[in-house]
Design a binder for this molecule. Structure first.
Ligand code: ZN
Length: 301
């Protein structure tokens, strides 16, 4: 059942990821074929299954339905199964922790996909995470601990967001002043087309560093709001401990991006380096992994 529900959520997330950044309603109109625009009735809208039965084609125009949509659905189905299996197997002793993890894990899917594509994390998804996490903490707490858990959730959220904001601020100041320092030693006009021997290599290195200008940051403000939702759903220790795995995963993401940089036009449109990656997807994954190890507030022995 959890896998089926996960698959349905994945199907909905495909709609969210497409429509939310374009400012369209996520509920109306219903799903449509991307080629012929034919409305898809509910009996042809089963995640994964419909795609397999129709061999990846639209029932009306036979246009191919991208495999990516099915991968998202299948991933969410697996996530649902993993979560239910873990909960029933007694992995989490505190139901509030289990539900908080589930909420953040599922919300991470559309947040990560939108961040990867558009370099932004929609506030609406963050708000959903914050509200759902707070409600779960309240509803699943023992009667006499309700207020305590509620305050704890809010405190964790604010602490996490504040901590990430501090990194954002420090990195901006640090990288910005470093870039300005290097740039003031570089003579004007040689930056990108110096063509003479060894001095060129030395200058190349300097120029690369100088490219870390003030607009570049280790963490964006979107990541700070992601931290707010993560703190409420998972707790501050998971956010703190999740930064290391997030950085390691982000390095892998950067290696991938280096081999497949953003298209020039797209990078210019977004106002970023073609080799830049959004940190949100990796942060979310890092927080979730750390939370699995810290599930009851203590390290796994
Ligand atoms: Zn069609």
């Amino acid at each position: 059942m959890a896998a089926a529900l996960g698959g349905c959520l994945g199907s909905f997330f495909n709609v969210v990821v497409w429509r939310l950044p374009r400012g369209e309603s996520v509920v109306h109109p219903g799903s449509r074929c991307p080629h012929c625009g034919h409305a898809i009735p509910f009996y042809r809208n089963f995640p994964v299954i419909t795609w397999v039965l129709q061999r990846g084609k639209c029932a009306w125009c036979s246009g191919p339905i991208p495999r990516f949509y099915v991968l998202v659905e299948a991933f969410c189905a697996l996530l649902g199964a993993f979560w239910a299996y873990g909960w029933m197997g007694g992995f989490w002793t505190d139901p509030a922790k289990a539900v908080g993890w589930g909420i953040f894990a599922f919300l991470s899917v559309p947040m990560a996909l939108i961040d990867w594509e558009h370099f932004e994390i929609p506030d609406s998804l963050v708000v959903v995470g914050c509200v759902a996490g707070t409600v779960a903490a309240l509803a699943l707490a023992p009667e006499d601990l309700r207020l305590e858990r509620f305050v704890e959730a809010l405190k964790s959220g604010l602490l996490s967001a504040g901590f990430l904001y501090a990194i954002h601020f420090a990195s901006r100041v640090g990288l910005g002043s470093w870039g300005a320092l290097v740039r003031c030693f570089l003579p004007k006009g040689i930056r990108w087309n110096w063509r003479h021997g060894q001095r060129r290599q030395f200058l190349d290195v300097l120029v690369r560093w100088a490219r870390f200008h003030g607009d570049m940051e280790a963490l964006g403000l979107g990541d700070v709001s992601l931290g707010l939702a993560a703190g409420i759903c998972l707790g501050f220790p998971s956010v703190l401990m999740g930064l290391a795995p997030a950085a390691a995963l982000g390095a892998l993401g950067f290696l991938y991006r280096r081999s497949r940089p953003l298209h020039q036009n797209r990078a210019a449109q977004l106002g970023i380096d073609p080799q830049a990656i959004p940190f949100g997807p990796f942060l979310a994954l890092g927080f979730l992994l750390a939370s699995l190890f810290l599930r009851d507030g203590v390290m796994l022995r």
